[in-house]
Design a binder for this molecule. Structure first.
Ligand code: SF4
Length: 169
């Protein structure tokens, strides 16, 4: 037991530093200080965007250290994160989820499909992304976008005028 604790103390923090905020990142539009609760809805994705989301949310980047966390209920969320081209079947569920969220709230489309339909654009089975439903939604393009792109965008959506917390060792 003590040997394990000693090893943990000696090893320190091994997680990757958080990606820096890009200089051209949008100014924060959610009045949240260094914290963001996210409800993710897969609106017909091929699941590759989800794999990148899982990678971004894993212990390697550890976004919870930065106050970014995924929540199970839209009632607890500031941000609706959408992947997939918004299939006709998912349209109502997406609207209901957004309606269930308290204000202030925002929408972030992750991946080309959620931005504008991507490779499924024009199909009669999809709504070509979030534009028709949530005009003004923030977007991260890519098929799929990388965990770094996702995390940098998420961080840009929180207040950015504060210093990074000191890294624990
Ligand atoms: S953007 Fe690409 S990776 Fe993401 S759901 Fe669409 S096809 Fe899949």
């Amino acid at each position: 037991m003590y040997r394990i604790l000693l090893k943990i103390l000696k090893t320190g923090l091994l997680t990757e530093p958080f990606p820096p905020k890009p200089p051209d990142a949008p100014s924060p539009f959610l009045p949240v200080d260094r914290s963001l609760s996210i409800r993710h809805v897969d609106a017909g994705s091929c699941n590759a965007c989800e794999l990148e989301l899982h990678a971004a949310n894993g212990s390697y980047y550890a976004p919870e250290r930065q106050g970014i966390r995924f929540v199970a209920s839209p009632r607890h969320a500031d941000l609706l994160l959408v992947t997939g081209p918004v299939t006709c079947h998912m349209e109502e569920a997406l609207k209901d989820t957004h309606e269930a969220m308290a204000s202030p709230k925002a929408v972030l489309a992750v991946g080309d499909c959620a931005c504008n339909g991507g490779v499924f654009r024009g199909s009669p089975a999809v709504r070509n992304g979030v534009d028709g439903l949530f005009p003004g939604a923030a977007k991260i393009s890519g098929c799929p976008p990388s965990p770094n792109d996702i995390l940098a965008a998420l961080k840009a959506m929180t207040r950015s005028d504060q210093e990074e917390p000191p890294a624990s060792s």
